[in-house]
Design a protein around this ligand. Structure first.
Ligand SMILES: Cc1ncc(COP(=O)(O)O)c(C=O)c1O
Length: 496
């Protein structure tokens, strides 16, 4: 009798399904990771083909040798891809029969009609707020500092760090605060954040309970108000007069408040400087109420006439005031580095709150920003852009006054990067809205910065980071449209 080796026994009858010679494989679509191994890309393409129904459950996949020929991949890559398909449940193997699409595969749910997601990004046209200019020389120095720091990249970047950020940059900021803002503090009291709102959020979470009241200026910075509401606190609008936030009104509107958010050096948006009696009244309230004042000192480096008053935190010696600062205006917003200076008694709680939120700030840019401060490049940039901003402010204010022929009142701010242009208070708000829309102007309606106080008709217009000719052309247009909107209103008011 002839011995027939078992490995040459005739194979059991194959299922009647046809063997596919060519698969409709797409090896370049978005489902494939470019640069991944051949086996991985093949696996991704096979998955996509199976899940999208191009081959049906139970259908055979071609022998590995055939697929290798079709795709130009090595056979080993095909075998690995098939093995992974089997492990993940997309395919099944029958000994001697080959590999088949699994009888049940994860069904791809039909894509519902997705609602269009609209994410607004801030505009950058003339009058857009928050734009800045960085001098070319400063930018070159910054690039050089970043390059040098990256080349010297060391182990300090490879670990989790201090929730307050690098001591080197905190020390440089402490020096800047002392010389520029009369605020004496230890680097230990400074925490780096990714901007003012981030600092606001961290600090409030350390000092407040959900639903606590926070006094906010009315009119005020609507973005900060939104942050406060987002975090689950109650923003209590407190009216502002020519001396700043009216503390007595705060006491009655929010008697249980534990915090106040203010812009004392240059009230946003009206531009008034909080008077010394009002500052002392606010600090007295904080002491009596056991509350804290958050001082947003967002644009004090841009003072055009005379010396600024010392910061509120400087007057208070960081007892009840938390100072918030940012490089978004002194350098550029995309840097996303801001900071707060804390009363000593809050360091532990605020540090813990920060660690619980996002551990610690990214370390890669800190050194280069410290170099900017320590080398004098930061101060030199400020000196140069301050001159640019002053020219832009003057050109904008003058054009609005002249071209509006008295329809707009434009007080020239002695500090900052925006101005307010107002109609007479008797003019209804719709006139300002109509003029802004007709002019296609960026910036804000003054009314949008109010909460409860009766809003004034007018505009909040940014002048930093925009070329003067563009500002002038846009100002002429806005002034023309303002006059036209006023005329329309007057005509309809005269109609019987
Ligand atoms: C009143 C006020 N505070 C703070 C900031 C800066 O915020 P951030 O540092 O989060 O960019 C701005 C920016 O325009 C501002 O207008």
């Amino acid at each position: 009798m002839r011995n027939i080796p078992t490995n040459s026994l005739p194979a059991p009858a194959k299922p009647s399904l046809p063997t596919k010679a060519e698969l409709p494989l797409d090896l370049t679509g978005p489902h494939v990771t470019p640069g991944a191994s051949a086996a991985h890309r093949l696996y991704q393409a096979l998955c996509e083909m199976i899940v999208s129904g191009l081959v049906k459950p139970g259908e055979p996949l071609p022998p590995s040798r055939t697929l290798a020929k079709q795709t130009g991949f090595r056979r080993n890559a095909v075998v690995i891809a098939y093995e992974r398909l089997i492990t993940d449940g997309f395919a099944e193997a029958t000994v001697g029969s080959g590999t088949f699409v699994a009888a049940r595969i994860p069904a791809r749910t039909a894509e519902p009609n997705k609602p269009k997601v609209i994410v607004e990004t801030p505009g950058q046209g003339a009058f857009a707020l928050g734009c800045t200019h960085i001098d070319e020389r400063a930018l070159q120095r910054f690039r050089a500092f970043v390059g040098r720091r990256m080349r010297a990249f060391g182990p300090e970047h490879l670990h989790y760090g201090d929730p307050r950020g690098s001591r080197e940059l905190r020390a440089a900021i402490a020096d800047h605060l002392l010389s520029a803002r009369g605020l004496r503090c230890d680097p230990d009291q400074i925490m780096l954040t990714s901007g003012t709102l981030h600092a606001l959020r961290i600090v409030l979470s350390a000092i407040l309970k959900p639903n606590d009241q926070v006094w906010c200026e009315d009119p005020g910075y609507p973005v900060a108000r939104k942050t406060i509401a987002h975090c689950g606190y109650r923003a209590v609008p407190v009216p502002v007069d020519e001396h700043g936030m009216q503390v007595a009104k705060g006491r009655s509107a929010g008697p249980n408040a534990r915090a106040a958010y203010v812009t004392p050096s240059h009230q946003f948006p009206l531009g008034v400087q909080m008077s010394m009696p009002r500052r002392l009244e606010l600090l007295d309230w904080a002491k009596q109420a056991g509350a804290f004042v958050l001082e947003d000192d967002y644009d004090s480096e841009f003072r055009y006439d005379g010396a600024p008053l010392m910061s509120l935190a400087g007057i208070d010696r960081l007892q009840r005031v938390i100072y918030l600062g940012t490089f978004a205006k002194t350098l550029f917003p995309g840097l996303r580095i801001g900071y707060c200076a804390l009363p000593e008694r809050l360091i532990e709680d605020v540090t813990a709150a920060r660690a619980a939120l996002d551990r610690f700030p990214g370390t890669l840019m800190e050194g280069a920003v410290a170099d900017m401060l320590n080398s004098g490049a930061f101060a030199a940039n400020l000196k140069r852009v301050r001159k640019l901003y002053r020219d832009a402010r003057d050109a904008l204010a003058e054009t609005l006054e002249t071209a509006s022929d008295g329809a707009l009142l434009v007080p020239v701010p002695s500090q900052g990067l925006h101005l307010v242009a107002r109609f007479d208070p008797s003019v209804d708000l719709a006139v300002a809205a109509r003029a802004k829309q007709a002019a296609g102007a960026e910036g804000w309606l003054l009314a949008d910065t109010y909460s409860r106080a009766p809003p004034l008709p007018g505009f909040v217009l940014g002048f930093s980071g925009h070329a003067v000719p563009q500002l002038v052309a846009s100002a002429e247009r806005l002034a023309r449209k303002s006059r036209a909107a006023l005329r329309t209103r007057n005509r309809s008011a005269r109609r019987p």
